[in-house]
Unconditional design. Structure first.
Length: 176
């Protein structure tokens, strides 16, 4: 943690970061490990995510609120997915399924094969679509909250959800 603190100039930001670190470190590791299925890569993802968070400390007002948690979850998911895709391109990592945040989307699915198809389909969606789906259906955020977290308009959130569902439907209907 001292490495991160050394990168921050103001004492107020140092205190804010230290509180963020203590509050969200375990959650970030859990999310990264669920995506990457590798402890060492998950630790790398958490490190990279904290470096990104340092650059955005001004956007964080309260430590223990849904907005901050969503912001941090989004950052760790993006970092983890970036690492996953890089490893996949290098053929160093076998194809794993991204299961985090799909409980609500798969609760009505009866077969394991259908569940796996949905997991793979969401994992292959562009990040901007998979993120809004996770925030909406897994984390329970409203479109207004998602728009604030991602710094986009509510209309953009609605469009991304519609497009994500359309792409997901197309992908799942063309699997068979």
């Amino acid at each position: 943690m001292f490495i991160y603190i050394a990168l921050i100039e103001s004492e107020e930001d140092k205190d804010k970061f230290e509180e963020l670190y203590k509050t969200y470190k375990q959650l970030m590791f859990y999310i990264a490990n669920n995506i990457l299925k590798d402890v060492d890569l998950a630790e790398d993802a958490v490190h990279q995510a904290f470096l990104r968070i340092i650059n955005h400390l001004g956007k964080i007002d309260e430590i223990n609120c849904r907005k901050t948690k969503g912001f941090i979850v989004t950052i760790i998911e993006h970092v983890s997915i970036d690492i996953y895709r890089k490893r996949k391109r290098e053929n160093a990592l076998s194809i794993n399924e991204i299961e985090y945040g799909l409980r609500d989307l798969t609760s009505e699915i009866n077969s394991i094969e259908e569940t796996n198809a949905i997991i793979q389909a969401i994992a292959s969606l562009p990040v901007k679509y998979s993120t809004v789906l996770r925030l909406k259906y897994s984390h329970g955020y409203t479109n207004e909250e998602i728009s604030r977290i991602l710094s986009i308009t509510e209309e953009n959130v609605r469009q991304r959800i519609v497009r994500a569902k359309r792409k997901l439907s197309y992908m799942l209907n063309n699997v068979n």
